[in-house]
Write a protein that binds this ligand. Structure first.
Ligand code: PRX
Length: 648
């Protein structure tokens, strides 16, 4: 087969799973999930073992997902304590700071236990108990890992807010989760610049309950404001706290974390993951998809503010007793060779990043890669969006030197871990395809026009999953009804991913992107409605419609149509003002790439904006606008086409 890449015989010989094993195990996992997961559940340590394995229903109105329900465990103990007998002095986390002149830190499992315990004791001293929520708004520093594991240790539920989010976004998440504590730092250095996290937190807390305590990591040492009685110096408290904290026995279905993500409405959704099933799934996918072996050094370049960081920087690797790299910086600081310098410096064996990073580095030339010794690498990974074949080939040739399998992992905040991915020693790769389902995952392709399951192997449609897997989200925080409607309402009996896909004659899946109002900007998920609500909150904006459009580096860019209030002049200053406005309302990742002034928007007679048309114009593909006869005023379309911003 041309365009198909197989792992070397040497790789296959050592792999956890080869082709024959994949076929056999996959068949077993879907034929008898109960038996399959009963055994796989034993990968982690249970305080009280489970007798029940799977109790799940996708029936609309009665959706309920429970795994290993009567088992008890502690996630922090699984990620730390259980490794102490063999790995106390092994490095758990390699911390690579933003500035390469600052020395990296190697944190052993013994140190991780002590620091996590100290932080857990600080949280306890503030009255944080099992089930309480703690919001974490930190840079990529070891304290972020300690904070997650400290919460897990005492049964508190963490909710990480990416440090690029604005005070408003932070306040909404603190309020929605009713957090008792927020953990932040003075500043977050990234790419040589600093984000004022403490100042952002101060601004956020103006909109929150007065009782919320603020733990501050003095990381850069810069001056910040300090509110006595509310702000607490976390490092100082940790130094005073006891170095050991016993862990709490948790039910398998007790929540581990909430992670807010974008949906198709304006309000972000609080995705809830629980303890037992999530950890089993994160650990198993980390070991098998990345073919992790003892002694490897695993690097996932994501931020812990995203699910990728949760599952593949912290929980999966640490549950497996791995050495995981935590990187504070960006790929292009101080130069475009930083990723490769770090790989060479720490002898990274598995490297996992997003296509957007590869595309941006591709444009800067191969000399940045060639400068560094990448001979330690054995496997490469991709996540967050479809990887285009050019980027795949560049990654394969220049980074992997043609000898590292590439795992293109398709999954979501909601899925906890990989759903569709090549297993490197088992499934030959085709550039751009996420290939085949992971164990226990039953993908189905539905025809969106009639919700029928497509039986032909070669087909196209929307991607749903027919049965539960242990890493699946359980609910939306405080809104189970919205959970059912968003994921199980449209295609009854199935979990709807929100993605379109194609299945080829070999049964390989090719994800074609979101079919809802979610866009994927540089691998970050953004709801168009969120950006719209931010824009219309500006006093000069009357109305707005936001769509995605193809962007060479980011995958998708944000294209905003804006109708101004009567009498307001559309100027380039106002355009800048609106960009800055969205940055402050949501965060820099939501800044529109293109803003088009729209005197009118294409609406049906009932007032519904016809986004299909706006998408086409934004894509510069207005030759086939389809039926516009239902528009209240078809002339607005001509105007929008004439003044379109994307002519590429
Ligand atoms: O559209 C899919 C895309 O990212 C969405 C999930 O985004 P998020 O919840 O932020 O999680 C990202 C990291 C797991 C999906 O609905 N996506 C993710 N991975 C891939 C992908 N699209 C194509 N190929 C992938 N490998």
């Amino acid at each position: 087969m041309s365009g198909v890449y197989e792992a070397s015989a040497e790789f296959v010989a050592r792999a956890h799973v080869d082709a024959a094993a994949y076929e056999k195990m996959y068949a077993a996992s879907v034929a008898d999930p109960e038996a399959f997961w009963r055994e796989e559940g034993q990968r982690i340590d249970w305080i009280k073992s489970y007798t029940k394995v799977k109790d799940t229903s996708f029936e609309f109105g009665k959706v309920s997902i429970k795994w290993f329900e009567d088992g008890t465990l502690n996630v922090s103990a699984n990620c730390i304590d259980r490794h102490m007998s063999r790995r106390a002095n092994q490095t758990a986390i390699i911390w690579e700071p933003d500035d390469p002149k600052t020395p990296a830190r190697h944190i052993t499992y013994a140190e991780l236990l002590e620091e996590t315990s100290r932080m857990a004791n600080v949280l306890k001293s503030l009255g944080v108990e099992k089930g309480d929520r703690v919001v974490i708004y930190l840079p990529m520093i070891p304290e972020a890992a300690y904070a997650m594991l400290a919460c897990a240790r005492i049964g508190a539920i963490h909710s990480i807010v990416f440090a690029g989010f604005s005070p408003d976004a932070l306040a909404n998440r603190i309020n929605d989760s009713k957090a008792k504590v927020v953990i932040t730092a003075d500043h977050a250095p990234r790419g040589g610049k600093k984000t004022p996290l403490k100042a952002n937190t101060d601004a956020a807390l103006l909109h929150c309950d007065d009782h919320v305590k603020c733990l501050v990591v003095k990381h850069t040492g810069d001056q910040t404001t300090w509110i006595e009685g509310r702000d607490i110096d976390l490092k100082q408290q940790m130094a005073w706290a006891k170095p050991y904290c016993p862990y709490t026995e948790m039910g398998a279905e007790d929540p581990l974390f909430i992670l807010y993500t974008s949906g198709s409405t304006g309000k972000p959704k609080g995705v809830v993951h629980t303890s037992g099933g999530y950890l089993v799934y994160a650990a198993m996918t980390h070991q098998i998809t990345f073919d992790y072996h003892d002694g490897d050094v695993f690097w996932c370049t994501a931020d812990v503010g995203w699910v990728t960081g949760h599952s593949y920087i912290i929980y999966g690797p640490l549950a497996n007793g791995a050495t995981t790299v935590m990187f504070e910086g960006v790929p292009t600081f101080p130069d475009a060779g930083r990723f490769w310098e770090v790989c060479a410096k720490h002898k990274v064996t598995q490297f996992y990043t997003a296509p957007t990073a590869i595309r941006s580095l591709m444009g800067l030339g191969t000399e940045w890669v060639e400068k560094h010794d990448l001979s330690s690498l054995r496997l490469l990974g991709s996540v967050g969006e479809p990887i285009n074949p050019e980027a795949w080939n560049w990654y394969n040739t220049h980074v992997g030197k043609g000898r590292c399998p590439i795992v293109d992992t398709f999954w979501q905040t909601e899925t906890g871990g990989h759903l569709i991915t090549p297993l490197p020693g088992a499934i030959p790769q085709k550039p751009g395809s996420a290939t085949k389902p992971f164990f226990g995952v039953k993908p189905v392709v539905l025809d969106p026009s009639n919700a029928q399951v497509q039986v032909a192997v070669e087909t196209e449609g929307v991607l749903c999953i027919a049965d539960s897997w242990p890493g699946q989200m359980r609910t939306l925080w405080g809104d189970h009804q919205r959970f059912e409607e968003a994921y199980f309402g449209q295609y009854r009996g199935y979990y709807f991913t929100g993605d379109g896909c194609r299945r080829d004659a070999d049964g390989y899946y090719w994800i074609t992107g979101r079919v809802d109002d979610v866009i994927n900007v540089s691998g970050h998920r953004m709801g168009t409605a969120e950006v719209e609500s931010a824009l219309v909150a500006h006093p000069k904006v009357a109305e707005s419609a936001v769509v995605g459009y193809p962007h060479d580096i980011k995958g998708q860019g944000i294209y905003a149509y804006v109708t101004l209030m009567k009498g307001v002049e559309p100027t380039s200053e106002l355009r800048k003002e609106l960009e800055a406005w969205v940055r402050t309302e949501i965060g820099p990742i939501a800044k529109p790439d293109l803003i088009q002034w729209a005197p009118g928007l294409p609406k049906t007679r009932s007032g519904k904006i016809m986004r299909r048309i706006l998408r086409k114009i934004a894509e510069n593909d207005f030759g086939s606008l389809g039926d516009t006869s239902t528009l209240a005023d078809p002339s607005v379309v001509e105007e929008l086409i004439a003044n379109r911003m994307n002519r590429g």
